[in-house]
Design a protein around this ligand. Structure first.
Ligand SMILES: Cc1cc2nc3c(=O)[nH]c(=O)nc-3n(C[C@H](O)[C@H](O)[C@H](O)COP(=O)(O)O)c2cc1C
Length: 431
């Protein structure tokens, strides 16, 4: 399923909001997305960009992934865990939608790249999936925000020691790279994963739903054929300032010297659809948090039976998780807490609950803490731990991992007591 088929499916169910009123990519698009965060939007009138449309919010809900995977929301994490275990092999095609139009000239100013916030360093691509070919590990997909500098150059935010950065160091003349925009949900989700080195994220996507590839025109890279827009080019070793730009936490990220991406070709579909992802919005959160859930799920399953994991939006979809277990032993809650921290090293706070608690409902999780948790018995505190650089309250040490205190709350039923007084009454079902 490509993005258009997915939007049509949303539309058929009345889940897509069409915005026919003229909406400028300079601040107006961001304002509209922020006002309706979580709702799929299709902007059909972008003044100054005839022929273009802009989509947002189509991966803002778990239901969107469930729809494309053909499963329930609860089944997404086990499906992802299975695809991570057993990726597929995407086939190549000779003719692809993403190359319907090969632009004769490179002019990035003709693409409706939004400006999100007045403090931003420039217009930003936020939902671009970069594809690179590492000589040792093969293809790698990841997200890198890109700030437009002029008609043919961006500066990228390339976090150190990850797939793109590692490959870039192996190419002294610059790393061939393609940036794909307007991808279907399963490819976005796979691109957000961090599998073991050498595992192709597009193979994982293909295990979830078909993801055929096509060779780029000017760089030796195979990209998802279904993309709406592909920017081909070289990630150079020239540097310039990148930022400021809002981070996942909704706070402003600072300015850094980062590498310049020089664009050599632009290809796209007829009447292309640009994907704009609001920084710190629900799409950003989903794509950051969900891929960590299967890794927590797998780790917790090594120590007890894990029945669900939710990385919560209130915790920036990165720092907080709720883990559900089918408790079978006195220490299962404590074991699950330690395993969850192993499964997602940036995790800061975790709550472990029983199977009768709805992990997707914050009030239900709080109810479990209120009725099953005692701080002097069930609180696990870990001080001075390596942490996420995204947490503004963590102790930041230049050149090193940030440090933080971590906390696990075991809100499962106390072992060995009578559960009678702990169980929730239900109304309307009486035998
Ligand atoms: C929406 C979104 C935006 C992201 N933005 C960036 C970014 O600007 N720079 C970056 O290095 N990583 C960014 N990431 C994280 C990378 O995609 C992530 O580190 C990558 O999946 C790691 O995979 P790798 O180690 O296989 O490269 C972002 C992730 C998501 C989901």
């Amino acid at each position: 399923m490509d993005l258009r088929a997915f939007l049509t499916a949303l539309d058929t169910d009345g889940d897509l909001v069409h915005i026919a009123a003229p909406t400028s990519p300079v601040f107006e698009v961001a304002r509209a997305i922020a006002a309706q965060d979580g709702i799929p939007l299709l902007f059909e009138n972008l003044p100054g960009f005839p022929g273009w449309r802009l989509a947002s919010g189509y991966v803002a809900q778990r239901a969107h992934f469930a729809r494309v995977l053909g499963c329930s929301i609860e089944e997404i994490v086990p499906r992802l865990a299975a695809a991570l275990e057993k990726p597929g092999t995407p086939p190549h095609v000779e003719e692809a939608p993403c190359q319907e139009v090969v632009e004769p000239d490179v002019d990035l100013t003709r693409i409706p790249i939004p400006r999100y916030h007045p403090q931003d360093g420039g217009p930003y691509i936020t939902a671009g999936v970069t594809v690179i070919q590492d000589p040792d590990y093969g293809r790698n997909l990841s997200f890198h925000r890109l700030m437009r500098l002029d008609g043919n150059r961006f500066v990228g935010r390339i976090v150190e020691r990850r797939g793109t950065d590692t490959a870039w160091h192996k190419f002294p003349d610059g790393l061939p790279m393609a940036v794909c925009i307007g991808l279907p949900p399963h490819i976005l989700l796979a691109a957000a994963l961090s599998p073991a080195k050498g595992v192709d994220e597009l193979g994982i996507a293909h295990a979830l739903a078909p993801a055929p590839t096509v060779r780029c025109k000017t760089v030796p890279i195979y990209v998802p054929a279904a993309a709406e827009l592909v920017l081909e080019g070289i990630l150079t070793h020239e540097f310039t300032t990148e930022g400021p730009f809002p981070d996942l936490t909704g706070t402003m990220d600072g300015i850094r010297q980062q590498p310049i991406f020089r664009v050599t070709a632009i290809t796209h579909r007829q009447a292309p659809i640009f994907h704009a992802l609001l920084p710190a919005g629900l799409e950003h959160k989903n794509l950051m948090g969900m891929p960590r859930e299967p890794t927590i799920f797998t780790e917790v399953n090594k120590v007890t039976q894990c029945t669900g994991v939710y990385i919560t939006p209130g915790g920036c979809s990165w720092l907080h998780a709720v883990v559900q277990i089918a408790k079978q032993d006195l220490d299962d809650g404590a074991r699950a807490i330690e395993a969850a921290f192993r499964g997602h090293t940036s995790l800061k706070h975790v709550v472990v609950v029983d199977t009768d608690v709805d992990i997707f409902n914050p009030a239900d999780v709080e109810w479990a803490i209120a009725t099953r948790f005692q701080a002097d018995r069930d609180l696990y505190l870990f001080i001075d731990q390596p942490s996420s650089s995204l947490d503004p309250s963590a102790r930041q040490i230049p050149g090193q991992k940030a440090r933080t205190a971590k906390m696990g709350l075991d809100a499962t039923l106390p072992w060995g007591e009578s559960y009678e007084g702990y169980m929730r009454v239900s109304y309307g079902v009486y035998s």
